[in-house]
Unconditional design. Structure first.
Length: 225
């Protein structure tokens, strides 16, 4: 994506393709159709019909419509997933920032392209909605597993309230559950962040009462509080 195209509707024709096979999956509408189609999508999202629809279905339709219109030169998939997640979040599907659709749709790009090709730019019918609903179910199931993992800790049982954790903090807690402890060097290797960033993240989690310092030596290890 060039700087001139960032944050602006596309003014050129594009195609959706499989980068691995070079196959063209879908040819989006012409540039002159983008603005009115986006306006139509926004009007539908604000309509009574959309508000009365089950939020997961509304989210799936919005996701597909944005991909179908393909209003930007690049980043349409990410934007569509962000829009779908926003709709679910506004309907209280977000659980303390744990919920994300990206992992499911990014994990199998071949399946994503296959369902786009079967739907072929038409109004989202059964194939797309079944695929989207499967992704939402799997993503919510992962949330449940994470919540159960956290709720099993003794320190959470006595907590006065829930703590909204970032994705990185969730990853650190899962790392500790898997390895019993963590040190800053582990985070540097696992997540590609600087030692300073790792130290700040661990210090913040100590401040929140989520973890505490355990074994001390050449490198301080942290365990669940």
């Amino acid at each position: 994506m060039t700087r001139l195209s960032e944050g602006a509707f596309r003014t050129v024709r594009v195609v959706v393709g499989n980068r691995r096979t070079k196959e063209v999956v879908y040819a989006p509408p012409a540039p002159k159709e983008v603005r009115p189609l986006v306006a139509g999508l926004v009007a539908w999202l604000n309509s009574e019909a959309a508000r009365q629809m089950h939020p997961v279905l509304a989210s799936g339709i919005a996701h597909y419509e944005l991909v179908r219109i393909h209003p930007f030169v690049d980043g349409n998939g990410r934007t569509a997933r962000a829009l779908a997640t926003l709709i679910l979040t506004m309907q209280k599907f977000d659980i303390k920032r744990f919920f994300t659709l990206d992992d499911f749709y990014d994990s199998d790009r071949a399946a994503y392209y296959a369902v786009l090709k079967r739907t072929n730019g038409t109004y989202p019918g059964t194939p797309w909605l079944e695929y989207f609903l499967e992704g939402a179910w799997i993503s919510l199931h992962r949330v449940k597993e994470r919540v159960l993992l956290l709720s099993s800790d003794e320190h959470k049982k006595g907590a006065g309230g829930q703590v909204a954790l970032s994705e990185r903090q969730m990853q650190i807690i899962e790392f500790i559950h898997a390895h019993e402890s963590v040190k800053s060097a582990d985070l540097v290797r696992a997540y590609g962040i600087s030692r300073q960033a790792a130290g700040r993240e661990l210090a913040r989690m100590v401040e929140l009462g989520l973890i505490r310092t355990g074994q001390k030596g050449r490198a301080t290890r942290y365990v669940m509080a």
